[in-house]
Design a protein around this ligand. Structure first.
Ligand code: PHE
Length: 447
């Protein structure tokens, strides 16, 4: 059998996994949630959950991958045949997410290109976004550009493609986010926005704060979609696993915090302190922020270009991890060559992505459970499948194969400092929290 590819260095692994974790969620959802759920108190809850709940699930997934040297299907199956279903279920998630994630990635490329071409002013126009996504061909063109970029990197392989790209893209992303954040917090009037973002507002604290933080955390760390299992399977046995997980978390949470510093004060100044202007998702990124950049004058166009470049890098490294996960699942299962697999996955993603894209234009009337096609895929993966996968993963590790399998894997490379917490968390606390997320997100969507 061919030897499995691996990351050449621990830092390469950390940057690639952090590249997966840092994505659109950090930028267009985290700042909004923080502002909505009481600023500093949300930040505090989020950080506590990251070092307990997030830490536990991420250790489990990476260790499962490294221990078995396989992607999700094989990883679960090789440890317990009865849990083959969990491997399949996990594998469906990136297959659903990848195509529509690339649709949004294509929008980001389009915006970046507009800013570079000096059209940032036009992007701030009222109907720019809605008329762009409603067109049939243009968004599909940008979707193809984004998928092609992703596919080229994945095709180059784990070391020469993913690791190399992450080593360049992630440091640049950090620098750009700090530059944009410094620019926005030094604008006149921005300080009030900063205070709004970091000051705890206890009156907004409720169990919903915890649930919102949990749901976000889970998505933000790219858990429950087989990604960390796959990346773990490329990790060397001598690399320190626990330390790596901590560094990935610091990276992901750090960028989310900085994203809040760039977005909350900027919107605050722009809207004259009216926080209801701070939305989430595409409307924040593609409608409000271009207006905010425009209001900054000439400097805003440069900051806008820098901003969309950093978003592009964040989306690209996440898309790479999604595609690699799908590719490795197919390769493990079907033993195709990497070239053929990448080609099949890229073409498949375009074909499945097209309906999501058309759902904002000529297929606007196609609704599933009252949602657009893209929103439906998003709902199905994030709100339904991911919590189910995470729940069974906890049961699998905590009660079926038992936590010792994971602990032993972690201890191959270092002491396992968080072991006690890990065991309690994965057996008892995490499953309960996950059920709570599942129930609340389904109620939210249908209610
Ligand atoms: N973790 C990414 C984020 O925060 C989201 C993501 C989703 C990444 C799916 C990869 C795959 O945006």
């Amino acid at each position: 059998m061919k030897e499995r590819s691996n990351f050449s260095s621990r830092i390469g692994f950390v940057l690639a996994a952090a590249g997966s974790a840092v994505g659109l969620g950090n930028i267009w959802r985290f700042p909004y949630l923080a502002a909505k759920y009481g600023g500093g108190i949300f930040l505090l809850v989020y950080i506590i959950l990251a070092v307990t709940f997030g830490f536990t699930l991420m250790i489990a997934e990476i260790a499962l991958g490294r221990r078995t040297g396989l992607s999700a299907i094989g990883a679960f199956r090789s440890l317990n045949k009865k849990f083959s279903f969990l491997g399949w279920l996990t594998s469906i998630v990136p297959m659903i997410i990848f195509p529509y994630y690339c649709v949004i990635g294509g929008w980001v490329v389009k915006y970046f290109a507009s800013y570079v071409a000096g059209d940032g002013g036009a992007a701030a126009g009222n109907d720019f976004f809605s008329s762009f996504i409603a067109q049939p061909m243009q968004p599909i063109f940008w979707l193809c550009v984004f998928i092609a970029a992703t596919a080229i990197i994945v095709l180059l392989g784990v070391q020469k493609g993913i690791e190399k790209a992450s080593k360049i893209l992630m440091p640049v992303l950090v620098v750009l986010s700090v530059v944009v954040a410094v620019y926005t917090i030094t604008m006149p009037g921005a300080w009030e926005g900063v205070l709004y973002y970091i000051t705890p507002d206890f009156s907004k604290f409720s169990p919903m704060t915890v649930l919102a933080a949990l749901g976000q955390l889970f998505y933000s760390m790219s858990l429950a979609m087989g990604i960390m299992i796959t990346y773990g399977s490329y990790m060397k046995k001598e690399s320190n696993l626990e330390k790596s997980v901590k560094q990935i978390e610091i990276f992901d949470t750090g960028i989310a915090l900085v994203a809040g510093l760039m977005i909350v004060p900027a919107v605050f100044v722009f809207s004259g302190g009216d926080q209801s202007q701070l939305q989430q998702g595409p409307s924040l990124m593609f409608v409000t922020l271009p207006k905010v950049f425009e209001s900054m004058g000439t400097g805003g166009l440069v900051i806008g270009a820098a901003f969309f470049l950093l978003v592009l890098f964040a989306a690209l490294t996440s898309a790479i991890s999604l595609m690699e996960t799908v590719v490795s699942i197919l390769q493990d299962k079907l033993h195709w060559s990497r070239k053929i697999t990448c080609l099949v996955v890229a073409i498949g993603a375009i074909l499945i992505g097209v309906p999501s894209s058309l759902g904002f234009g000529i297929w606007e009337n196609v609704q599933i459970l009252g949602m657009s096609i893209l929103d439906f895929f998003d709902f199905l993966s994030n709100s339904v499948l991911m919590p189910i996968v995470a729940f069974f993963t906890c049961i699998f590790v905590g009660w079926v194969i038992k936590t010792k399998v994971i602990s032993d894997e972690v201890k191959l490379s270092s002491k396992f400092h968080g072991e006690k917490m890990f065991v309690v968390m994965i057996k008892y606390i995490a499953p309960v929290l996950i059920i709570a997320i599942l129930v609340s997100s389904i109620l939210n969507a249908t209610g």
